[in-house]
Ligand binder design. Structure first.
Ligand SMILES: [Cu+2]
Length: 178
């Protein structure tokens, strides 16, 4: 918690300093806006750099997209679960979870078929330290699949990630991995 407070404090100070610098740039530009100057040389130079910059950003964008999405985090919704996968049905309701099997063995790959009996909910699985592992939407009339391999034994928590009414915070369930 201490670390988070320090981080929040430094972000706050950094924001203030950046705002002051940005304001100074605006004041400088406004103060000098009355002068007539010939910008054609400057324009030619920076327009040439601009197209190279665009190309650079495009390449960076493609690389970052590929690197972060190549293990595509969304389970194939049309693929049938293979024989090594445990299929578990999940129904979200205001305000509880109906999960037809909550005990697995370490190493099991579980494919959750998630739907809702009333409004939209968010099905999210957290580990013992409350780190988010995976999630999908629980939607009425739709079944969304999300697959997760439980490597570590322990207790996992299911929480609702979509505000769904008064007792949204009470939508808790536990999964046990032996
Ligand atoms: Cu909910």
């Amino acid at each position: 918690m201490e670390v988070f407070n320090m981080l929040a404090e430094s972000v706050w100070i950094l924001t203030l300093v950046s705002l002051v610098l940005l304001s100074a740039v605006f004041v400088f530009v406004i103060a000098n806006s009355g002068d007539e100057r010939d910008y054609s040389e400057v324009q030619k130079k920076w327009y040439a750099i601009r197209s190279k910059w665009l190309l650079f950003l495009f390449v960076v964008g493609v690389i970052v997209t590929w690197a972060t999405l190549s293990p595509f985090p969304i389970t194939d919704q049309h693929a049938a679960a293979d024989e090594n996968t445990t299929v578990v049905k999940v129904v979200a309701r205001q305000w509880h979870w109906e999960i037809d099997n909550t005990e697995y063995n370490a190493g099991d790959t579980v494919e959750f078929h998630v739907t809702s009996g009333d409004v939209n909910h968010g099905f999210a699985i957290y580990d013992g330290e409350d780190r988010l592992l995976t999630q999908t939407q629980a939607m009425p009339d739709y079944v969304n699949k999300v697959r997760h391999t439980f490597n570590q034994p322990g207790t996992y928590r299911v929480l609702c990630m979509e505000y769904c009414g008064l007792a949204h915070h009470a939508m808790l369930a536990e999964l046990t991995v032996r």
